[in-house]
Write a protein that binds this ligand. Structure first.
Ligand code: IPE
Ligand code: IPE
Ligand code: MG
Length: 271
């Protein structure tokens, strides 16, 4: 298979391709990122849209959600340029259905618009879209746009953008157990076959692997039911930056912080 021209391989060459578009600060941060130690899968809890709107004096939280779209676009592009394998964005949780209907409607409309308008940009950046969550809870109209964009980007070979929609970590485990038990009852697998590895195969997108780095914006020190199974050994990075203010430099800083960590996975570092 030939590599698409749009795909920027990891390594110093990605710098050449983006250098002209970057600010001095971004360029300097990018220069010290070690291309050999990049996280393969980054997950982000995009939080703080409401507080951003309030901080700016807007009466409507929805202004924050609208502004957050630019951050999504920037981060998707930047992750693709770095040559990361996957980016999982927490866009709407199972618990977010508890929000006022007006806010839910606005979020769903923004999502539809994003899915529709972003197809070209995703294709230009060789990004493949997938989704995780209880997707059947989304409206028909949202689902139609989602499927259309997933289909339109299905053959892209660069970054996989995984949108967590109507997503809950516990719900994901319950959904996995249901499918697993169904397979046991149909004698497709035996009770003795059940292992961590096998259970993980029943999650929404096991092929993406566990995230190496989990970023949460707006300073909250909690997981909010995100990727509970997958974050067993994920490195956490919490920034006080609100999601609509999150830009390339913030992503680069998170990656640099990650690169300074020592991942031991319960073992010890050899002398
Ligand atoms: C994150 O921003 C977006 C979603 C959860 C959909 P919030 O809407 O949670 O913003 P804050 O946390 O109230 O500031
Ligand atoms: C987590 O943010 C969900 C998303 C970012 C989609 P919330 O704002 O919903 O989480 P809590 O309520 O602060 O824990
Ligand atoms: Mg929040």
């Amino acid at each position: 298979m030939t590599q698409s021209n749009n795909q920027i391989a990891p390594g110093r060459c990605f710098l050449e391709k983006v250098r002209d578009r970057l600010t001095d600060e971004e360029r300097q941060l990018l220069l010290v990122i070690d291309p050999a130690k990049l996280p393969q899968h980054v997950a982000i809890i995009m939080d703080g849209n409401g507080r951003w709107a309030k901080q700016r004096g807007y009466l409507d939280r929805i202004r924050g959600h609208e502004a957050g779209i630019d951050s999504v676009r920037t981060v998707v592009r930047a992750c693709g340029e770095l040559g990361l394998r996957a980016l999982t964005l927490y866009a709407f949780s199972v618990e977010n259905w508890k929000r006022p209907q007006r806010e839910i409607d606005a979020l769903m409309n923004l999502l539809k618009r994003f899915l529709r308008e972003e197809i070209n940009e995703l294709n230009e950046n060789n990004v493949r879209l997938v989704a995780s969550g209880r997707l059947h809870d989304l409206g028909e109209d949202v689902l139609a746009e989602l499927h259309q964009t997933m289909q339109a980007t299905a053959s892209n070979s660069g970054l996989v953008l995984n949108l967590a929609l109507s997503y809950g970590g516990r719900a994901e485990i319950v959904d996995a157990v249901r499918k697993l038990v169904a397979d046991v009852l149909e004698s497709k697998i035996r009770l003795d076959d059940i292992s961590e590895h096998l259970l993980s195969r029943y999650l929404y997108h096991p092929e993406l692997g566990d995230p190496d780095l989990l970023i949460r914006t707006s300073g909250e020190m909690r997981v909010s039911n995100f990727l509970l199974w997958q974050i067993a050994y994920t490195e956490f990075y919490v920034t006080s930056v609100l999601w609509p203010d999150f830009r390339r430099a913030d992503l680069y800083r998170a990656i640099l912080d990650y690169q300074r960590r020592e991942r031991r996975f319960g073992g010890v570092t050899e002398a």
